[in-house]
Design a protein around this ligand. Structure first.
Ligand SMILES: [Zn+2]
Length: 199
């Protein structure tokens, strides 16, 4: 596995290149910067919640929950936001954050506004980052590098996947599970991941 150094400025493309699990951890860092004590939920126990966030060390009841989607091309729709709203109600939490690397559909935006869910798309996250002090911005880039942000995590095995080359076509690369052939999970390389792999 090759660690990728980020040599470019913050950009929508950089956010969209982040794999799902690193993006969840990245959102934990954003919430910590906003003075929450935030933690990712253990893998497999998600139930529509990726992060629990507490305030002022009060760990009996979460102050907020968050959901993260590293969807670079597909928009997050109202169904996803409704489910998240259900998770907020089930956990008796009034504050909800929804983070995506890409965009939302108009009805998702409307539902979030009506129900006071704080939503962040790629553009809003970029604004947050670029308004932060330089030290924070540098730290967040290092954080992405340390987490090997391009390499997706296999959901079944909870391990980073490997970059593989197709046997049929040597120009074609894909993400394959480390545990192949026991686990046959694989992902397409996104155009954004290609950009940073080949920079
Ligand atoms: Zn696997």
């Amino acid at each position: 596995m090759q660690f990728i150094k980020i040599t470019s400025e913050w950009s929508p493309e950089l956010l969209k290149a982040i794999e799902w699990q690193t993006f969840e951890s990245f959102c934990v860092e954003l919430l910590r910067a906003a003075k929450f004590q935030a933690f990712r939920t253990p893998i497999g126990k998600d139930q529509g919640i990726d992060i629990f966030a507490y305030k002022d060390g009060l760990f009996d009841k979460p102050a907020a929950i968050a959901q993260c989607k590293a969807w670079a091309t597909m928009k997050v729709g109202v169904k996803n936001i409704r489910e998240f709203y259900g998770a907020m109600a089930a956990n008796n939490v009034e504050k909800g954050f929804f983070f995506v690397t890409g965009e939302y559909t108009p009805d998702a935006l409307e539902f979030a506004e009506q129900n006071k869910i704080s939503i962040f798309d790629g553009e809003k996250i970029l604004q947050l980052i670029t308004k932060a002090p330089q030290g924070v911005q540098d730290y967040l880039k290092k954080f992405l590098e340390m987490n090997n942000f391009l390499y997706p995590t296999c959901q079944s095995c909870n391990k980073k996947m490997f970059l593989r080359t197709s046997k049929k076509n040597s120009d074609e690369r894909f993400w394959g599970c480390q545990n192949f052939p026991i686990c046959r999970q694989n992902f397409k390389l996104s155009q954004y991941q290609e950009m940073f792999l080949d920079q």
